[in-house]
Design a binder for this molecule. Structure first.
Ligand code: NAD
Length: 290
């Protein structure tokens, strides 16, 4: 039987509507909107589009956002100094540094200066470590979006064999840890994995985060698998996923499309993290006040 398509766009819209209501509630309680600072260094066109989409999403949800557009020639020290200012700015609850950074800047070093309380991308060692420990954390947006999409399909994760293809710090690894925290049995595959198809064919839930157009084909999945396609591959002006949609669609029980699957959920999770960070910081300040 062909798969049901998980409509990430609609699910993201519903999630954003709920966040907008919670943002209004936050405003009523604290007399201000949650604030997100988005830092973009350089003029990478794809990054600019991502940043604009994030700013627009904030506006639509009632989150106050500020974009800091820096030249590609910005020094690492200048960038870190801006992050330190934003860490101290009480109107800023979330700080996002758009990746990739221009050549010569070390993302790991730059990101390490973001306060863990404002780390709405969940990329700092503190939040990644808390996720590993199973403690409350600001969790990377794309993997969180994957989990929400699986849940939205009514699929129970506990006890399932989940296979994650890709082990990056921003998608593959946190996705594996989140699946584990939902009691899946998790296998992580990567560029050095042998007999990949043998492993992916065992997956009840398959997350593809490779960055290669149509890398996962129908013959690599088992009947009834849930396929979450994280890939965004640009080819001749169009976007393609890591899964070959048509052949996977015929065998999967659920599948996310590209575009319109994981992408919109990533932004929704960024908004949710910004609100969560704002709520946590506001409570912390109240505790200090009394
Ligand atoms: P990455 O390049 O950092 O990591 C790719 C991973 O794929 C690596 O861990 C590597 O080991 C693995 N890999 C490469 N070749 C492989 C092979 N032949 N067999 C098995 N594994 C292999 O990429 P990333 O940042 O994790 O992103 C992955 C994809 O997801 C990209 O297409 C990216 O654009 C997309 N992405 C989408 C969103 C979204 O919001 N939808 C967010 C982040 C990334």
């Amino acid at each position: 039987m062909p798969a049901q398509v998980i409509d990430g766009k609609t699910i993201a819209q519903e999630t954003r509507k709920k966040i907008a209501e919670d943002v209004q509630h936050f405003f009523a309680l604290y007399g201000r909107a949650p604030g997100l600072a988005v830092v973009l260094a350089g003029d990478d066109p794809a990054s600019r589009v991502y940043v604009n989409n994030k700013i627009k999403a904030c506006e639509e949800t009632g989150i106050a956002s500020n974009a800091y557009m820096l030249p590609a020639a910005v020094s690492q020290a200048e960038l870190i100094s801006l992050i330190k200012e934003l860490n101290l700015n009480a109107a800023v609850d979330g700080i996002l540094v758009q990746l990739p950074l221009p050549k010569g800047l070390c993302a790991e070093t730059v990101l390490s200066h973001i306060s863990p309380f404002k780390d709405v991308d969940g990329f700092t060692a503190v939040n990644a470590g808390r996720l590993m420990l199973g403690s409350p954390a600001l969790t990377a947006c794309t993997p969180s979006g994957c989990i929400e999409l699986i849940k939205s399909a009514g699929v129970s994760i506990a006890g399932k064999h989940a296979v994650v293809v890709g082990r990056s710090n921003i998608v593959g690894k946190p996705a594996a840890l989140l699946l584990l925290s939902h009691n899946a049995t998790v296998t992580v595959c990567h560029s050095k994995t042998q007999n990949l198809a043998e492993i992916t064919r065992q997956a009840d839930i398959l997350i593809a985060a490779v960055g290669i157009k149509h890398f996962i084909t129908g013959d690599m999945i088992k009947d009834g698998a849930v396929v979450i396609d994280v890939g965004i591959n640009r080819f001749e002006g169009k976007l393609y996923g890591d899964a070959e949609f048509d052949s996977c669609f015929k065998k999967a029980s659920f599948i996310t499309p590209v575009p319109g699957g994981v992408g919109p959920m990533t932004i929704a999770m960024l908004l949710r993290n910004t609100l969560s960070a704002a709520q946590a910081l506001a409570k912390e300040r109240l505790n200090y006040a009394f």
